[in-house]
Design a protein around this ligand. Structure first.
Ligand SMILES: [Mn+2]
Length: 472
């Protein structure tokens, strides 16, 4: 190769390298712009003063504002000041990193995370009391009791500048977290895709005799194989009677032929959670009774999702789901009166929706107690997860369960004797179907729709091949 050619080659390599470094820097910058925008938005809502957050408490709020995932860090936000973003972080320490790996330090706090000034976290108390002086409003989470106890003596005399107000900033942050931006939606889609794919794989692999923890291991293997950090919450794998236990997570029972297995799982991707439930027959075929219960739950779930749109209240989703559940229960003989306020409650005892995001039960609250609740807006993400849980013992416990609804003793006894045959028939059947719904400008999108939930689709998938079936 001639000298000239070599020179050109070097020039080209240099240009490519420069572009690569620049693109990488750009990507990092835009990632951190999101967090800077959120801090700015919060500071605009603050009425002067100073806000204090620690990563040890309200971890998701802390991450939402900083993009920093460190167990021992804190920040101050001081709108109107020259230095308005102060970060406290563990300084880098080569000896410690030998054990724990690399961590961002003071330099990264400013360069990468955009702090105007960074201090070692062990100087927090000393430095904080200086920044507190003369501030009439302090924003701090009432959830962080330790910080609260620390602040009160600091702001008392002798400085003579006791704050006029202490305000919980979660009010503002949770309102912001409720509506997801494009980047968040992208991460949530990815989390839902990974979870759906894991459910597809496990449907192919499940067979009678498989232990609940084995099913859990398969799902979580596919979570990590496909790039998730892992499960975003403890996986619930309930076979047979365990499917009727809402938050069962012992996951150590061996499944039996002709049983259902309920899998309530969710991968975490880039700090965002998904939350999907599928209920399948371990041998690949629903029995007639399982099918009857399943179809009621599926119908209720689909009907409830169908009404989702901007302006609809989150409670209305629940009301619609419960309405369909009641119609089904009446047909199956599990209730005697469709208009009863309490009869369905032994079989479905919770509200069928919650927000999802950085937390699996995400913040934001259910809104006004006006029968409609929080009105949906584009960018909100929530679950729709009706279920039916038929336990024989429930009839025995019924007086306690519906006691507060005001049903009379005779009314209860009459109900129990009338539904007992149906309860015996469907005993130990537990079904829950859960998807993650994103509200769009015109309606909704089921972001977990990739995981099949129709009976035919599940049975077809379960007849498919899985290399995991060969493993003894
Ligand atoms: Mn859920």
């Amino acid at each position: 190769m001639g000298k000239v050619k070599l020179r050109w080659l070097l020039v080209i390599i240099f240009i490519l390298f420069t572009v690569f470094v620049w693109a990488k820097q750009e990507a990092q910058d835009s990632d951190h712009d999101v967090f800077a925008r959120r801090r700015q938005q919060l500071m605009e809502k603050m009425d002067g003063g100073i806000a204090i957050f620690r990563s040890t408490e309200d971890t998701s709020d802390f991450y939402y504002l900083t993009g920093l995932d460190e167990p021992n860090a804190a920040i101050l936000l001081i709108p109107g000041e020259e230095e308005k973003y102060i970060m406290f972080i563990q300084p880098t320490n080569p000896m410690r990193e030998l054990w724990t790996g690399e961590h961002p330090g003071l330099e990264e706090a400013e360069r990468v995370f955009g702090a105007d000034k960074a201090y070692p976290v062990n100087e927090f108390d000393k430095v904080l009391s200086r920044y507190l002086r003369g501030k009439s409003r302090i924003y701090l989470s009432f959830n962080d009791k330790e910080l609260y106890d620390k602040i009160i003596p600091m702001v008392r005399s002798p400085y003579g500048s006791e704050p006029k107000q202490i305000i919980d900033p979660r009010l503002y942050i949770h309102e912001m977290r409720l509506v997801k931006d494009e980047k968040e939606i992208e991460l949530m889609r990815k989390a839902a895709d990974i979870t759906s794919d894991a459910l597809i794989e496990v449907m192919k692999a499940v067979k009678p005799g498989m232990n609940e923890y084995e099913i859990q291991a398969i799902i979580e293997y596919f979570f990590r194989k496909n790039g998730a950090q892992g499960p975003g919450f403890p996986s619930i794998i309930g076979s047979g009677p365990n499917a009727t236990v809402l938050h069962y997570d012992a996951n150590n029972r061996q499944s039996q032929d002709r049983e259902l297995v309920l899998m309530d799982v969710g991968a975490e991707y880039g700090h965002y959670k998904s939350d999907i439930t599928r209920t399948i027959p371990v041998n690949g075929r629903f029995t007639r009774r399982q099918r009857e219960i399943y179809e009621v739950v599926l119908q209720a779930q689909k009907e409830a999702i169908k009404i989702a749109a901007p302006g609809v209240g989150i409670y209305e989703i629940n009301t619609r789901g419960v309405e369909v559940i009641k119609e089904g229960l009446l047909k199956l003989g599990l209730i005697t009166d469709k208009d009863s306020q309490w009869q369905h409650r032994p079989w479905l005892m919770y509200n069928i929706s919650h927000w999802v995001g950085l937390d699996v039960h995400d913040v934001g609250g259910r809104g006004p107690d006006d029968g409609k609740g929080r009105r949906l807006e584009p960018g909100m993400v929530f679950t729709v997860e009706p279920g039916l849980y038929i336990r024989k013992e429930t009839l025995e416990n019924l007086p306690g369960m519906v006691g507060r609804s005001g049903a009379e003793k005779e009314e209860l006894e009459d109900f129990i004797s009338k539904v007992r045959p149906a309860v015996e028939k469907y005993a130990n059947i537990g079904v829950r179907i859960e998807d993650d719904i994103l509200i769009t400008a015109t309606g909704y999108e089921v972001i977990s729709s990739r995981a099949p939930k129709e009976i035919d689709a599940i049975e077809k998938l379960m007849r498919g091949k899985s290399y995991l079936k060969k493993v003894k």
